[in-house]
Design a protein around this ligand. Sequence first.
Ligand code: F6P
Length: 535
Amino acid sequence: MSTVTNSSPWQRLVAEAEAARAVPIAELLARDEQRVERLTGSVGGITVDASKTRLTPAAETALHDLAVEADVAGWRERMFAGEAVNTSEGRAALHAALRTPEIATARVAGEAVGSRVRATYDAVIGLAEAVRTGELRGATGAAFTDVVNIGIGGSDLGPRLACEALAGDAPLRMHFIANIDPHARQAVLADLDPTRTLVIVASKTFTTLETLANARALRQWLAAALPANGVGRHLVAVTGAGERAAAFGVASERILDLPDWVGGRYSVWSAVGLPVAMAGGGAVFDELLAGAAEMDRHFRQADPAVSLPLRLALVGIWHGNFLGARSHVVVPYSERLARLPEYLQQLELESNGKSVDRDGEPLDYATAPALWGTVGTTAQHAFFQWLHQGTEAATCDLIAVLGGGEPDADVLAANCLAQAAALMAGVSERELEQAGVPPAERAFRRLPGDRPSTVILLDRLDARTLGALVALYEHKVFCQAVIWRINPFDQWGVERGKALARVLVPALSTGEADGDVDPSTVALLRRYRAAGRET
Ligand code: F6P
């Protein structure tokens, strides 16, 4: 056993799990009139209600002891101070400095990050406003009407989520190309005018295969329509590799800086968020940052017992590590938040999909569960059967936006609350009998219930609440990583697949691969090549 699983809090939780399984969630509510109030908290327009989870008083105490034993507070302050909390790469993780100016005084490797943060922020706002007002124009003198962001992973998902969630009647239409599939490009370019299109190439490394392929295709698309040497007027780069962007043809004043202490999946607050400022203006980008900053303050100042990020983290660990829930389902009951599950997949799974601790030692406990989901109410016609009557334990975050009385918003919120209630209540044999359901049908129509959910309510969906929501999840992920003793800020796991893809691309045309490629893959290569010859 490791020091984690051998610790007193962990052992108490193992024992408590056995006891907790025998107490229905509804019983926990009945026993404690204060439960709802105690397990519900609000910050920055976000309310988190964990009262319909399987948290028991003894579990809560032991979970908080687990957090203390892991020194969550100490690691939090090290992160905010700019220390190298990205332990395997020896880097800071100071995304909070991008939205919380007072901590931008932190020094990273001796460099005062404040001036660097400010300079990039000013460049983002300045460029966005110049394009929005028409001060900055294309090579033919036409004002820009469309902006295409080329990027993938953290260089796509954050700005795409924010632009879709905050879409208004912006003067600029925002488009996103991430996948290397030409259909992704063609779908975007179909109705764009190159003379009125600005292209942002967002890539921290400026080496990502998909992004460079798309960037070269868009550069060619622009060159075919613009006056000689006009392409540069239509290019912007967001990168930590300025020299590579310059070599690609981006003018130095159009290259926006991305520091190495901002991880891709934590970067929407940086120049990666340029599309947000382009779409909504500097004020919207400021509100996004302000919402996150409010959640930062809460995370640093709140008593652990009422810390919303820590509460989400502990609910996940309690159900995931002790009650067998190996799926975490996210269902936003808002079409504007349809991208949130995909965003959280990268944030949570690329951060905490790890199996060794900070010292490289294998773990003897689970870390991040599978995270998936889709927008509600659509999800209710896709996988809620599994949630209600499946054999697998799962946790879920059901998210709704208070509608201010708009009929459709009320229906969405009603479905969100109803599903959370139904997951807990189920349908009993007695209810079916009272409803006159024939005995032969009851076994199929019984719902076991007693299934946990966390309800998250947004007072409204705007830049500030979106910023607070994303920061809430960032800090939840961080708390879980600290308790699991893992590094949430590296992603070595993605490298092997990328390297093999570079080997297999040429092999597809020859049908042959070098000796390192396994026989199954070689056979598939040959089958692919043969099919290509037949068509
Ligand atoms: O998925 C791996 C990854 O490195 C992510 O962490 C990152 O957000 C994405 O690829 C894109 O990387 P880059 O911004 O360097 O193009």
